[in-house]
Write a protein that binds this ligand. Structure first.
Ligand code: PLP
Length: 423
C-alpha cells in the first residue's frame, strides 16, 4: 500500500522511471507519447540535456540561498530575460514555485497596490466562469470551477463572475462575432457598475482558457475591450498565463496575439518546463513604483522564492526556446497538428468543436453535435479517455466539469515544442 496520498486515494498510478524527448517510460517497460506535456508543462520534452546541465552547474555552485539574505546571479538573469520579452509596461518579476502561488501573489500584489494608494475599499475581484486559477484558497476563489470550490465555499473571498469568451457555447446563431464580443464586454461593464467601480481590484482571466473548457481562444478584440474597461474604471487586469504562456501558443505570452498589455501576468508550467517547480508574476512598473515609494516592500514571501536551481532550469528553458527558434516550431507543428485533427475529427459525430492556438489544442466532446448536448457527467468520459489512451501508450489531458450547471468534456493536447511530424 502506497503512503503517498495520490490524486486518487483508491488507485496508484504507474511508476515513471524515465523520459526522453516526447516519450515517458514506466517501470513495466511501457512507453507513452506525451501529447499533453503532462498538463501543458513539459514544453521541451523529457531529459533535455541543456536544461539538466544548467541545473547541475547551479547545484554545484550554489544550490540554495535564502532570499532574506541573498540574491543569485541566475535568478537576476532569469528576471532580466523575462522582463525583456514581456508585454509593454512589465518591469519586474516576483519568482515563486508554481501556478497557484503565482496567482495568489498576483491577487495580493493587486490589493496592496490599492491599499498603498489609499483605496482600501477595493476588495473585490471579477473573474470568469470558464477559468481555473489554482487550488490555494485565493486562487480557488477566483476560479470558475464549482465542484472544486463548493466544499471550501465558507473559506473563500467573494468574487463576481462573468461569462468567459467561449464562442462555441456562447455565441447565438444569429449573432456576429463582433456582436458576441460586444455582449460579453457589456456584461463585464455591467458587473463592474453593479459592484461599484471603486470596490473592484482587478479582472482576472486566462487569455486562452486551459483546463476548464479546453484551449478556448478569445474572439478578436475581446481583450482590447477588457483592457479599455479596466482603464476606464481604474481596475487592474491580471492575465493568468500559467497554462497558455511561455510559448505554448506560438508567442511567448498568449496575450501578445491580442495586442494587449496586462498589469500582472502569472506564469508557471512552461517556465520550468517540468524540470523544476517554478512560477512567476510579471509586474507593471506603476505597481512596483507605488510600493517602492510607499511601504517599500511587498507583504508576501515564501521560503523558496527565487530558488537558484529552479531559476537555472527556467533560464535554460528560455535560452533553448530562443536558440532553437522553438516559437516558430510551435506555430508550424501547431498548424500541422490542427490540420490532422481537422481531417480526423471534423465529421466525427461526438466532436463538437476543435480549437486552440499553437500547440495548445482541444477537442470538445458532445453526445449530440446538432444541439451540442454534452455527455452525462456520470459517464466520466474524461477518465475513460485518459485510461484508454494510456493503455495505448498515449498521454492526453481530458477534463470534465460542471460550470453554470452544465457539464462538458474536452481533450486537451499540448505536446512538447520539440515534437516532430513523425511523432
Ligand atoms: N492557473 C492556470 C491557468 C492553470 O492551468 C493552473 C494549473 O493547471 C494553475 C493556475 C495552478 O497552477 P499549479 O497547479 O502550478 O499550482
Amino acid at each position: 500500500m502506497t503512503r503517498i496520498l495520490h490524486r486518487s486515494l483508491r488507485q496508484t498510478p504507474p511508476v515513471a522511471v524515465g523520459g526522453a524527448g516526447v516519450y515517458l517510460y514506466d517501470s513495466h517497460g511501457r512507453s507513452y507519447l506525451d501529447a499533453s506535456g503532462g498538463a501543458a508543462v513539459s514544453s521541451l520534452g523529457h531529459g533535455h540535456p541543456d536544461v539538466i546541465a544548467a541545473m547541475h552547474r547551479q547545484i554545484d555552485q550554489c544550490a540554495y540561498a535564502h532570499t532574506a539574505f541573498f540574491t543569485t546571479e541566475v535568478a537576476e538573469q532569469l528576471a532580466d530575460r523575462l522582463v525583456a520579452n514581456a508585454p509593454a509596461g512589465i518591469e519586474g518579476v516576483y519568482l515563486v514555485s508554481g501556478g497557484s502561488e503565482a496567482m495568489e501573489t498576483a491577487l495580493k500584489l493587486a490589493r496592496q497596490y490599492f491599499v498603498e494608494g489609499g483605496e482600501s475599499k477595493r476588495s473585490l475581484f471579477i473573474a470568469r466562469r470558464q477559468s481555473y486559477h489554482g487550488n490555494t484558497l485565493g486562487a480557488l476563489a477566483v476560479g470558475g470551477n464549482e465542484w472544486r470550490r463548493q466544499p471550501f465555499a465558507p473559506l473563500l473571498i467573494d468574487v463576481e463572475r462573468v461569462s468567459a469568451c467561449y464562442e462555441y457555447r456562447g455565441r447565438a446563431e444569429d449573432q456576429t462575432v463582433d456582436q458576441y464580443t460586444a455582449m460579453l464586454l457589456d456584461e463585464l461593464e455591467a458587473a463592474i457598475l453593479q459592484a461599484g467601480p471603486d470596490r473592484v481590484i482587478a479582472f482576472c482571466a486566462e487569455p486562452v482558457v486551459g483546463a476548464t473548457g479546453g484551449a478556448i481562444p478569445p474572439t478578436p478584440g475581446y481583450f482590447r475591450g477588457v483592457r479599455a474597461l479596466c482603464d476606464k474604471y481604474g481596475i487592474l487586469f491580471i492575465a493568468d498565463e500559467v497554462m497558455c504562456g511561455m510559448g505554448r501558443t506560438g508567442t511567448m505570452y498568449a496575450i501578445e496575439q491580442d495586442g494587449v498589455a496586462p498589469d500582472l501576468i502569472a506564469v508557471a508550467k512552461g517556465l520550468g518546463a517540468g524540470y523544476q517547480p517554478i512560477g512567476a508574476v510579471l509586474v507593471n512598473g506603476a505597481i512596483i513604483e507605488r510600493l517602492r515609494a510607499g511601504s517599500g516592500a511587498f507583504l508576501h514571501g515564501h521560503t523558496y522564492i527565487g530558488h537558484p536551481v529552479a531559476a537555472a532550469a527556467a533560464l535554460a528553458v528560455q535560452q533553448v526556446i530562443e536558440r532553437d527558434d522553438l516559437l516558430t516550431q510551435v506555430r508550424l507543428r501547431g498548424a500541422q497538428l490542427r490540420a490532422m485533427l481537422d481531417e480526423e475529427f471534423e465529421d466525427h459525430p461526438h466532436v463538437g468543436d476543435i480549437r486552440g492556438r499553437g500547440l495548445f489544442l482541444a477537442l470538445e466532446l458532445v453526445r449530440e453535435r446538432a444541439d451540442k448536448t454534452p455527455f452525462a457527467p456520470e459517464l466520466k468520459l474524461h477518465a475513460a479517455i485518459k485510461a484508454r489512451a494510456m493503455e495505448n501508450g498515449l498521454l492526453v489531458y481530458p477534463m470534465g466539469g460542471t460550470i453554470d450547471g452544465r457539464h462538458g468534456d474536452h481533450v486537451l493536447l499540448a505536446p512538447p515544442f520539440v515534437v516532430t511530424q513523425g511523432d
